[in-house]
Design a protein around this ligand. Structure first.
Ligand SMILES: [Zn+2]
Length: 423
C-alpha cells in the first residue's frame, strides 16, 4: 500500500501541528497521513522534492473579499491562491443575508480553494464601496439569523464595518445589532475600524473576548494607540482579555508606525491577514506572503508569522482540527515557499518604506493533496482601474503605479533577487 504523494526534504514549519525541522509529509486521499523524518521515496506514487524550501500548512487568510463580479471589493481568489499559498479564504462580510445564496452558488461552489464567510450584519453586504450600514432598513437581525442558521457550514462569523463612511448617522447601532446577531447565532464578531466617529473606546466596549478587531494596526482615526504610539488602557484590557487582534492590511489599514510602536512593547498581532480586494491586490498589500515578509522585517520569527496565518486564524474560525495544520488526519492543504535573501523595499499604506532582508515567496500550493496550476493575475474590475480611495486621501492608484514603476512589487522583487542569487 503506497501513499498518493510524498513531499520530501523540506523544512517543515507547522506550529499548529507541533512539527518543525527537516521532515517529509505523506498525503493519501486528500489527507495528511504522516509527518516524519526520512520516509522512503518508494512508499509513494508521486514525490515532490522540497529540498531548500519551507513547507507549511496551506495559509488561512482571515480577512479577504472574494465575491467577485457581484460586489465592489471582490476578487477571484484562485489566481492569487496559486501563487501565494493561501488555501482557505475567509470572506469578511462581502455577502449579507440577501446575497449569501449567490456567494455559495457562484463563488464557493466553483472555486479551487476553500472559502468560509463572515456574514455582514447589513443584508446587502458590500455590493457597493460604502454606506451598507447607513440605512437601517438593511439591518435585520432576524433575517441574518435565518440565513446564518441555514448555512452553518459556510457562515463562521458576523462582520460589521464601523466608521463614518459605512454607518452614516447610525453611529453604534449597527454594532449593537451585530453584537445581538453574534450572541443569538453563537458566532464570533469581526469589527472593522477606520475613520471615526464612532470612537474606538465605544466600539471596544461592545466587543467580547473571542471577537476580532480587524485593521488593528491602522494609523487612521480609530487607531488603538495614542499619537505617541502608546496603547490605550481600554485597548490593552480588551486585548489581554482575549480580543483577537487581526491585521487586515488592505489599502487603509497597515501602518509601520503603529506596528513598530506596539511591537516595541512586546505586542504581536494574533492574526496576520491581507484584506485582499480589488484595490489592495495592487499594493502595497499585494498578497499574504508579502504581508508576512513585513512582519519578519518587524522582528517576528518565521514560526510566529506562520502561526499567525495558519493555526491562529483556523482557531478563530473553529476549523483548526482539519485546516491550518499538517497534523495527520487533516486536509492535505500545503504550501511551499522560498525565503529569498536580499534587500526588499516594502511599504505600508502611508507610503512609508522599510527594507526587508528576506522575502517569502510561494513556489507551490496544494489543496486536498492536489497542486494548483499557477494562474496569471485576473484583470481589475472596471471601477478599480482608477479608483479614488479613500475619498479623503490622494488617489491610491498613484502610489501603486509608483511602486510598479520602481520595481517594488513582489513579482519584480522576486525576479531581481533570483537573477542575483548564485546557483
Ligand atoms: Zn475588508
Amino acid at each position: 500500500m503506497r501513499y498518493d504523494l510524498l513531499i520530501r526534504g523540506g523544512e517543515v514549519v507547522d506550529p499548529g501541528g507541533g512539527h518543525a525541522g527537516r521532515l517529509d509529509v505523506a498525503v493519501d486521499r486528500g489527507r495528511i497521513v504522516a509527518v516524519a523524518a526520512n520516509i522512503p521515496e518508494s512508499t509513494a506514487f508521486q514525490v515532490i522534492d522540497a529540498a531548500g524550501q519551507i513547507v507549511t500548512p496551506g495559509l488561512v487568510d482571515l480577512h479577504t473579499h472574494v465575491f467577485h463580479k457581484i460586489t465592489y471589493w471582490g476578487i477571484d481568489p484562485d489566481p492569487v491562491a496559486s501563487t501565494s499559498g493561501v488555501t482557505t479564504w475567509n470572506d469578511a462580510g462581502s455577502a449579507g443575508a440577501i446575497t449569501l445564496p449567490g456567494l455559495r452558488e457562484f463563488i464557493v461552489d466553483r472555486a479551487n480553494v476553500r472559502i468560509t464567510a463572515f456574514l455582514n450584519i447589513s443584508n446587502i453586504g458590500l455590493v457597493g464601496e460604502n454606506h451598507e450600514c447607513a440605512n437601517a432598513a438593511y439591518l435585520d437581525v432576524d433575517l441574518f439569523k435565518r440565513l446564518a442558521d441555514r448555512n452553518r457550514d459556510l457562515v463562521l462569523g458576523v462582520k460589521v464595518r464601523m466608521g463614518t463612511p459605512t454607518v452614516g448617522a447610525n453611529g453604534l447601532e449597527p454594532l449593537r445589532l451585530a453584537r445581538r446577531a453574534a450572541e443569538e447565532c453563537e458566532l464570533p464578531l469581526m469589527v472593522h475600524i477606520a475613520f471615526g466617529p464612532p470612537e474606538i473606546e465605544d466600539v471596544l466596549t461592545l466587543m467580547r473576548p473571542g471577537d476580532i478587531l480587524t485593521h488593528c494596526f491602522t494609523g487612521l482615526t480609530m487607531k488603538i494607540v495614542d499619537d505617541e504610539g502608546r496603547l490605550y488602557d481600554f485597548a490593552k484590557r480588551a486585548w489581554d482579555a482575549g480580543l483577537v487582534m487581526d491585521i487586515g492590511h488592505g489599502t487603509g489599514s497597515f501602518s509601520f508606525e503603529t506596528a513598530e510602536a506596539l511591537m516595541a512593547t512586546g505586542r504581536r498581532p494574533d492574526v496576520i491577514s491581507t484584506d485582499l480586494h480589488q484595490l489592495s491586490i495592487n499594493g502595497p498589500a499585494y498578497d499574504l506572503p508579502t504581508c508576512l515578509s513585513k512582519f519578519l522585517q518587524l522582528g517576528m520569527s518565521l514560526s510566529e508569522v506562520i502561526r499567525a496565518s495558519t493555526a491562529r486564524p483556523a482557531e478563530v474560525l473553529g476549523i483548526e482540527r482539519e485546516l491550518g495544520t499538517l497534523r495527520p488526519g487533516s486536509h492535505a492543504d500545503i504550501a511551499l515557499f522560498r525565503l529569498l535573501p536580499g534587500r526588499f523595499p516594502l511599504y505600508d499604506i502611508a507610503g512609508e518604506m522599510r527594507e526587508a532582508r528576506n522575502l517569502l515567496v510561494n513556489t507551490l500550493t496544494l489543496v486536498g493533496g492536489r497542486p494548483l496550476d499557477r494562474l496569471p493575475p485576473a484583470s481589475p474590475a472596471p471601477w478599480a482601474e482608477d479608483p479614488v480611495w479613500p475619498a479623503a486621501q490622494t488617489p491610491f492608484t498613484e502610489k501603486q503605479k509608483t511602486l510598479r514603476a520602481l520595481g517594488h512589487d513582489p513579482v519584480s522583487l522576486r525576479a531581481a533577487a533570483e537573477s542575483e542569487a548564485p546557483e
